[in-house]
Design a protein around this ligand. Structure first.
Ligand code: NOJ
Length: 528
């Protein structure tokens, strides 16, 4: 399939966009109550425009009891009062668009909050029970869950009600799963999509996109492994074809949260009448190792090619260990199962690698996601135990540190209280946080922020052509993008690397050595 040539105002903008992820609660606090809000985001739009991003993806900003950071939605058509109002969201969408920045909202179709009117009506015994998965228990008195499924956050995926029935929740008990076999569930989500497209959003991120459909028999996991009783079931594709038809009415685009190791199954979601893009978790979890990164890049491009979808490149998000911390550890990959308190970390090393990884990902063909604070090089924070809110921590029996360490309110102004975030932050900022403040970094030519700004500004030099690997010593990644002569070289080997022939150094993640060679854990962009 041919590669169209997108520009910022082109309908194909999403094929090569830089998309900045805003975790509203921790971005900027406009009203001083310690929680980030839409006023805070509006005030920082000039910052985002200076950074040069094409779009903002907002984590859920809807009415929510916040039992899972807003992924427990009580009403999709209103903004949580802690964040602002619907009118403010509309203003924000319009103001961003005036600055050339599009908006992507986050829809969570697998589940709702237990405070959602549907679930409350279901608890009251109404016909809304059909919209969820209610079942009697097993055992002589129904005291055992209906099957052996486990919650993604630990513990059983079922909770029993006082009336004796159990309901399914693949995540926290406050997030009951919807029954996607029910036509009203489907209709409601297509209406929600229309609601937000009508308000000018350009795209939708789909939460837990491969989990919606369940085997109606709800068999034990052990009986139902193939096909899996709730992961990546074939019925889902019909749902997304319906969604795509809605999006096409508005020129909207989708990015799916699809965690699937099977690349062929993954690519099915990206067929031309389904989702436009999906997050690249293989790249995000890949260790800092030249061969493994190269394989991840090659596999990614190969799996996307047959369906004509662009790849995405992600280094971190609100669910995983921040990049500079991950790359500063012995195990530089990411795995939820191995997260632990007290993992030794070399932040200087991690930061050097994260700088190189930024140049690597921004030179690859496709769209790039930047999670707020990544452009500041923020590390994962240690949150005092009594302040951790993420349900992943409590439901793991306190073993898993949870995800709050990557969700700490941003530092904006070094000399202001709370590093300029606003009021006393809902999650504590660790000591030294102000040294990462955006204002300080903006004035420092060697800062992470300056690197991101420069890289996003220079990125068009790589054009829209395919990637071609160049010969390089072991441990060194070198590629050009066809028809541009722009080259990216990343050195992950111990020895400094000679640069290929070039006319100019466009940008480097760190200084070259005295002989003009590329040191270890450094990346450079060259004009050939
Ligand atoms: C994935 C989201 O990214 C995560 O933050 C959330 O906890 C789960 N889905 C459940 O919605």
């Amino acid at each position: 399939m041919g590669q169209p040539t997108p520009d910022r105002n082109h309908a194909d903008w999403w094929r090569s966009a830089v998309i900045y992820q805003v975790y509203v609660r921790s971005f900027a606090d406009g009203d001083g109550d310690g929680t980030g809000d839409l006023a805070g985001v509006r005030a920082k739009l000039p910052y985002l425009a200076d950074l040069g991003v094409d779009a903002l993806w907002f984590n859920p900003w809807y009415l929510s009891p916040m039992k899972d950071g807003g992924y427990d939605v009580a009403d999709y058509r209103s903004i949580d009062p802690a964040f602002g109002t619907l009118a403010e969201a509309e203003k924000l969408i319009a103001e961003a668009r005036e600055l050339g920045i599009r908006t992507i909202v986050d829809i969570v179709p697998n589940h709702v909050s237990d405070q959602h009117p549907w679930f409350r009506a279901a608890l009251a015994g109404g016909p809304e029970r059909e919209l969820f998965h209610f079942r009697p228990g097993r055992g002589a008195h129904g005291e055992l869950p209906p099957n052996d499924w486990r919650s993604e956050f630990g513990g059983p995926a079922w909770t029993r009600l006082p009336d004796g029935d159990w309901y399914l929740h693949l995540f926290a008990p406050e997030q009951p799963d919807l029954n996607w076999d029910h036509p009203a569930v489907r209709q409601e989500h297509e209406d929600i999509l229309r609601f937000w497209f009508e308000r000018g959003v350009a795209g939708v991120r789909i939460d837990s996109a491969a989990l919606l459909a369940k085997d109606p028999r709800l068999p034990d996991f052990t009986e139902g492994r193939d096909p899996h009783p709730y992961v990546d079931r074939d019925e889902l594709h019909d749902v997304y074809r319906g969604w795509r038809a809605v999006a096409d009415e508005y020129g909207g685009v989708f990015v799916g949260e699809v965690w699937l190791p099977d690349t062929e199954r993954f690519a099915r979601y990206l067929r031309p009448d389904e989702l436009h893009t999906a997050f690249n978790f293989s790249f995000m979890t890949c260790p800092w190792d030249a061969q493994r990164l190269r394989t991840s890049i090659d596999d990614t491009l190969a799996e996307h090619a047959p369906v004509g979808a662009p790849a995405t490149w992600v280094l971190c998000n609100h669910d995983v260990t921040r990049t500079v911390t991950r790359y500063g550890r012995t195990d530089t990959g990411f795995d939820f199962a191995t997260k632990a308190f007290g993992t030794p970390t070399d932040l200087a090393l991690g930061t050097r690698r994260a700088r190189a990884a930024a140049l690597l990902s921004l030179a690859l063909p496709g769209a790039v996601y930047v999670y707020q604070g990544e452009e500041l090089g923020l590390p994962e924070a240690d949150i005092p135990l009594d302040r951790i809110e993420d349900p992943m921590h409590a439901r793991s029996g306190g073993v898993d540190p949870g995800r709050d360490g990557c969700r700490v309110p941003l530092p904006w102004t070094a000399d202001a209280p709370h590093a300029g975030f606003g009021g006393e932050p809902w999650l504590p900022q660790p000591a030294g946080w102000a040294s990462y403040a955006a204002d300080r970094q903006a004035a420092d030519p060697d800062s992470m922020l300056t690197l991101y700004r420069e890289a996003i500004r220079l990125r068009p030099a790589f054009g829209h052509g395919p990637l071609a690997w160049l010969p390089a010593p072991e441990g060194v990644l070198a590629f050009t993008r066809e028809r541009t002569g722009a080259t990216c070289v990343v050195n992950l080997a111990d020895a400094p690397a000679e640069l290929p022939a070039h006319t100019r150094v466009l940008l480097s993640s760190g200084p070259l050595d005295a002989r003009g060679r590329l040191p270890k854990d450094t990346a450079v962009w060259l004009r050939a």
